[in-house]
Design a protein around this ligand. Structure first.
Ligand code: NDP
Length: 246
């Protein structure tokens, strides 16, 4: 393990079973932080825990469904019980079942709202009292380039990401400066995100759109940069996408 970090932090990561969340968990553990990783696919979380520990990193895994407020509270409480504190929560869990609105895939709209918006709010609700009590903490929201521009077939997904951006910005304006707030907006990143698309038209459109992608490690390194800034420095927002993506 490369313990370069000056101050190991307790970092909670939601949606850590694949893609960006898994890369964030792996990278932050590799640079010496204590990671608590959650998602629903516990087999994948167990694999991640084994991989990180084999490399000498500090990590615990836990089943987590961010749509369940009590589950998110228990996730944060378990981290505090184990480590005595929680320093960072990376609210990353998300789904993207894209489709045009006239396909009326209303259950999929609901799922995006439940995971991408309510899940984020549950993370904030669980961690905010802890951070306020500690007099320190750091929220990191994984939003999207879809929080900045809307595309056809992505109306609801972009709506959830605009909401995530706005909620996170409002949080930053409200909290004491001892609590830092960062929004990370990735462009196309290698992950399993497009597998949540069931609509054939949207699936086809993604083949070209997602052809140029950057590795999830690029987002993990950006989040590590924000986490490792001195306490008085708050990286408010980062947009990170493939150089060819315009
Ligand atoms: P993945 O599909 O690889 O990862 C999504 C993660 O979210 C999985 O770990 C999944 O775990 C988790 N998740 C989904 N539903 C829930 C739930 N109810 N409770 C807990 N965890 C859940 O995709 P990405 O890594 O790409 O996605 C991570 C974030 O990055 C998302 O918020 C996404 O919107 C955002 N993003 C991704 C981009 C990309 O191009 N990849 C671009 C812009 C933003 P499990 O199913 O095991 O619960």
């Amino acid at each position: 393990m490369n313990t370069t970090t000056p101050e190991p932090k307790v970092v909670l990561v939601t949606g850590a079973s694949s893609g960006i969340g898994a890369a964030v968990a792996e990278h932050l553990a590799a640079i010496g932080h204590h990671v608590v990783a959650g998602a629903r696919r516990v087999d994948r979380i167990a694999d991640l825990v084994d991989k990180v520990r084999a490399a000498g990193g500090s990590i615990e895994g836990r089943a987590l469904d961010v749509t369940d407020r009590a589950d998110v509270e228990a996730f944060v409480a378990a981290a505090v019980d184990r480590h005595g504190r929680a320093d960072v929560i990376v609210n990353n869990a998300g789904v993207m079942p894209l489709s045009r609105l006239d396909r009326l895939l209303v259950d999929e709209w609901d799922r995006m709202i439940d995971v991408n918006v309510r899940g984020l709010l549950h993370g904030i609700a669980a961690a905010l009292p802890v951070f306020q009590r500690q007099g320190r903490g750091h929220f990191v929201t994984v939003a999207s380039i879809g929080a900045h521009e809307v595309a056809a077939s992505a109306a609801v997904y972009c709506g959830t990401k605009y909401a995530a951006w706005a909620i996170t910005e409002g949080l930053r304006l409200e909290v004491d400066p001892s609590i830092r707030v960062t929004t990370v907006s990735p462009g196309v990143v290698e992950s399993e995100l497009a597998t949540t698309i069931t609509d054939p038209g949207a699936q086809q459109a993604m083949v070209t759109y997602r052809a140029e992608s950057i590795p999830a490690s690029a987002i993990a390194e950006a989040i590590a940069y924000a986490v490792e800034q001195p306490a008085g420095v708050d990286v408010n927002e980062m947009v990170i996408r493939p150089a060819r993506q315009r």
